[in-house]
Design a protein around this ligand. Structure first.
Ligand code: HEM
Length: 499
């Protein structure tokens, strides 16, 4: 199909009227907006984002215009938050006004109409899900209940790596698969036939969610929705994922009907827990679609983030051999008596925990955090109108020179004797966000990260497969390392099985 090209006079008069309209609207609604770069007619500040990954481009702009900066992204008014103090205003002082997320198409479709925990608007439904999530799905007890599954999945990975001794391997790919395998089993139970295709489907959705879709930048232009095609593709992906998830829900229901005696059952998975809540009845009843939306939260939160972090941690240690050695010495000192890594003793690895904290500081998987302003609000004397999109630049805040000396350098030592934590109490360090919508999967994510990292360091020495390590960041919903990490493993601690 050919897209009709409008004649020149029509195009010129359209641009002219849009420009005049933009001027008029600006005059009639002159407000004390946060400062920002000059806006061009029609595109606003979109041109300011070209040439770099968004968190870096936004950081550069904010250095000139300030920690609260106003941008016009197509038709969407946006405020960028780039300092700990400004983030405190948004996520603590005025938390309720900023406790919903800006709507995006991928979220609408993949979360069954904004009904997941991540994307449901702030209110009673979100509150109900959030309670189930913190008290049951992702509680410390639940995280511990998956300890033997975690040890199993990652021991299998170590055995496979040992079989590759001396040869280059794509560590990134393997880490993504293992993390995904762990998370799907924890969420949905044993991986049975027909369930494996969820990963490629899921990854396709994640990839589509990462782009700037023209239809979202110009919500009033209906034609863009038809032309962009993203909605159609997302609906197709959701349909495929839904078919698999629906069959798994049914399988769980059938199994629950057979096993009434819970003690005889295998490990309870997250779907079992959700179905129990559904059956018990809730103030706002949970539909099957609601449950599938929450499963999307768990699969998304549980796999991408931890695997991305592991990649960055390994890449940073390969770049800094002294840090790698220090972390290895520690893990070997603690576990040499046993001959294998036990999750129950991970807390003894003080240095490794600092490596993890430093990785979260420098490479938070979610570099930009999305919220929206739900009612008119004043911050630092600037007016922020209802429905403004809010983007908190976690990446920039975590490196702010006001708080972090040598913020661009990987120095785990800075956390060894520091009381700064990532639980939303120190706004200069917010890899998990802050306020009411802070990540509820923190402990789940950390467990998924610390155990495999300790195992990789305990069993193997590592060599780079290429002359240099490439730390380029990819553009995406989580900020991954752009080029997969190829390393050569040298087995130093052969496997001895737990006695
Ligand atoms: C290293 C691992 C992880 C990091 C760095 C991380 C980071 C984040 C961030 C930055 C947010 C937004 C918080 C805000 O708006 O203030 C978030 C929200 C969320 N995360 Fe995580 N996350 C991780 C692991 C996980 C895991 C393992 C799960 C679940 C299995 C999970 C589930 C969620 C959910 C459900 C939300 C939405 C909370 C809400 O809107 O109320 N996350 N996460």
């Amino acid at each position: 199909m050919e897209i009709p090209i409008p004649s020149l006079p029509i195009l010129v008069s359209f641009l002219l009227s849009a420009f005049i309209l933009a001027k008029l609207t600006r005059k009639s609604s002159r407000r004390n907006l946060p400062p920002g770069p000059r806006k061009l007619p029609l595109i606003g500040n979109l041109h300011n984002l070209i040439g770099s990954v968004p968190h870096r481009a936004l950081h550069q702009l904010s250095q000139k215009h300030g920690p609260l900066m106003h941008l016009q992204l197509g038709e969407v008014p946006t405020v960028i938050v780039s300092s700990a103090d400004a983030a405190k205003e948004v996520m603590k002082t005025h938390d309720v006004k900023f406790a919903s997320r800006h709507p995006i198409l991928a979220a609408e479709i993949m979360s069954y109409g904004y009904t997941s925990i991540t994307f449901s608007p702030y209110g009673d439904y979100w509150s109900q899900l959030r309670k189930i999530c913190t008290a049951e799905l992702l509680s410390t007890k639940r995280v511990q209940s998956f300890s033997s599954l975690r040890e199993r999945v990652y021991s299998d990975l170590m055995k496979w790596i040992a079989s590759m001794e001396g040869s280059p391997l794509n560590l990134s790919e393997k880490l993504y698969w293992s993390t995904y395998s762990f998370t799907t089993t924890a969420a949905l139970g044993k991986v049975t036939e027909g369930r494996e295709p969820l990963l490629p489907i899921f990854l396709e959705g994640v990839e589509l969610a990462a782009g700037f879709d023209i239809a979202e930048l110009y919500p009033s232009v209906k034609l863009f929705r038809i032309l962009s095609g993203v909605r159609r593709r997302l609906l197709l992906i959701r349909e495929k994922a839904d078919e698999i998830l629906e069959s798994i829900v049914q399988e769980h229901r059938d199994r629950a009907a057979v096993f009434n005696d819970r003690e005889e059952e295998e490990e309870e998975d997250l779907l079992d827990v959700l179905l129990k809540f559904q059956d018990a009845g809730q103030q706002i009843p949970l539909t099957n679609d609601n449950i599938k939306a929450v499963l999307m939260d768990m699969l998304g939160g549980g796999s991408e983030t931890s695997a991305t972090m592991m990649n960055w941690a390994m890449a940073e240690m390969m770049k800094n051999p002294a840090i790698l050695k220090k972390a290895q010495d520690e893990v070997r000192l603690v576990f040499d008596g046993k001959g294998y890594v036990e999750e129950s003793r991970i807390d003894e690895l003080k240095y490794l925990k600092s490596v993890v904290k430093e990785t979260l500081r420098m490479h938070p998987p979610g570099t930009l955090l999305l919220r929206k302003c739900s009612e008119n609000c004043e911050i630092n004397e600037y007016e922020i109108a209802a429905e403004t999109q809010i983007i908190v630049n976690i990446w920039a805040i975590n490196r702010d020179p006001k708080y972090w000396e040598n913020g661009d350098c990987f120095e785990p030592e800075r956390f060894l004797d520091s009381s700064v934590d990532f639980r939303g109490n120190h706004m200069e360090y917010i890899p998990f966000g802050a306020g009411r919508r802070i990540c509820p999967g923190m402990n789940f994510g950390l467990a998924n990260l610390q155990l495999p990292l300790a195992m990789l360091l305990y069993h193997f020495d590592w060599k780079l497969a290429a002359p240099e390590i490439d730390m380029t960041e990819a553009f995406g919903i989580t900020t991954k390392i752009k080029n997969d990490l190829f390393l050569v493993p040298l087995l130093k601690r052969p496997f001895s099985l737990p006695k």
